[in-house]
Write a protein of this length. Structure first.
Length: 143
């Protein structure tokens, strides 16, 4: 692929991700306004958990397509997933889980309160989880 076509395709993909982020933020604002009107916070919680994870998957998706083209066997890097993926997942969902009735009074206090109030950290943790979930999947070369 020549460099100009590669430049155009990468630029279009970045624009697509920017559009997805913009749409997601608008939809999250809509859900928050709807939650304030009807007190049904479950759609907002589920979208706030899944939206950053999908953005993280979208960021890593081009590399996954390159992996699909390679020959070999699929492997799962469980060490990376356990060391980075699980903690980022917990940081990303913990504050949202506090709104579920079953966990409101029994929520573990293993994550500091500052994490539950930092929306940027929560979003970044979800993006990192989506990215590391996909990056833990790779192919090894056939022998």
């Amino acid at each position: 692929m020549n460099k100009f076509v590669r430049f155009i395709s990468i630029s279009l993909y970045v624009i697509f991700i920017a559009y997805a982020v913009s749409w997601g933020e608008q939809y999250l604002s809509f859900l928050r306004a709807k939650t304030a009107a009807d007190f049904n916070y479950y759609p907002t919680i589920f979208f706030a958990i899944l939206y950053p994870i999908v953005i993280g998957i979208l960021i890593r998706f081009p590399k996954l397509l390159v992996e699909f083209r390679n020959e070999g066997h699929w492997k799962w890097d469980w060490a990376k997933f356990l060391a980075v993926g699980i903690p980022t997942f917990l940081f990303g969902i913990y504050p949202h889980l506090l709104y579920l009735p079953i966990l409101m009074k029994r929520a573990p206090v293993f994550i500091p309160v500052i994490v539950s109030r930092s929306e940027i950290l929560i979003t970044f943790s979800g993006i990192a989880f989506g990215y590391f979930m996909i990056s833990s999947l790779y192919k090894t070369v056939k022998d």
